[in-house]
Ligand binder design. Structure first.
Ligand code: SF4
Ligand code: SF4
Length: 150
């Protein structure tokens, strides 16, 4: 079963059964470094031109302090190889000002599961409200209240 939850919602015993709204404002891509596995780095690098690949490698760091983290949003895990520095080099914009990912079909896992959890793009980003999409056995949710996020 797929659920969406933040640190705050879990503390309150709540998980969501639908994804939160995304305004495509691009704030996450502009301000939050992306954690990448070795496989993701290789997959993205393969997809790029030699010039883009060089810039991509220059934008990777193993030093969290260089990654431009905000709100303490850095969760080093054993599977992660590096951070892609913020602002993300793959962020572009549509003519009507919506954020667009240049590598959308092959974007990293973290970009696929992340939502800022804000009710409007005017609210400041807050790591405690970040919502993640999680695949979970429904049996593990017996102590949680399930809510529709929409
Ligand atoms: S997840 Fe949030 S910060 Fe990222 S584009 Fe959507 S609304 Fe903007
Ligand atoms: S890879 Fe795409 S979705 Fe992920 S931060 Fe960069 S622009 Fe945003």
């Amino acid at each position: 079963m797929r659920i969406w939850a933040s640190i705050e919602s879990i503390r309150r015993g709540i998980v969501y059964t639908s994804p939160p709204k995304c305004f495509r404002c691009g704030d996450c891509c502009l301000r939050i470094p992306v954690e990448l596995t070795k496989e993701e780095i290789e997959r993205i690098a393969k997809h790029l031109s030699p010039k883009e690949r060089k810039i991509f490698y220059q934008n990777l760091t193993k030093n969290p302090l260089e990654a431009n983290p905000i709100d303490g949003h850095l969760m080093p895990t054993l599977t992660k190889e590096a951070w892609l520095k913020a602002p993300c080099m793959f962020l572009t914009w549509t003519k009507d000002g919506k954020a667009k990912c240049k590598i959308y079909p092959i974007r990293p896992h973290m970009c696929r599961i992340f939502y800022c959890g804000r009710k409007s793009p005017d609210e400041p980003l807050n790591a405690r409200k970040y919502i993640y999409e999680i695949e979970i056995n429904p049996k593990k949710l017996k102590n949680f209240t399930l809510r529709d996020k929409k």
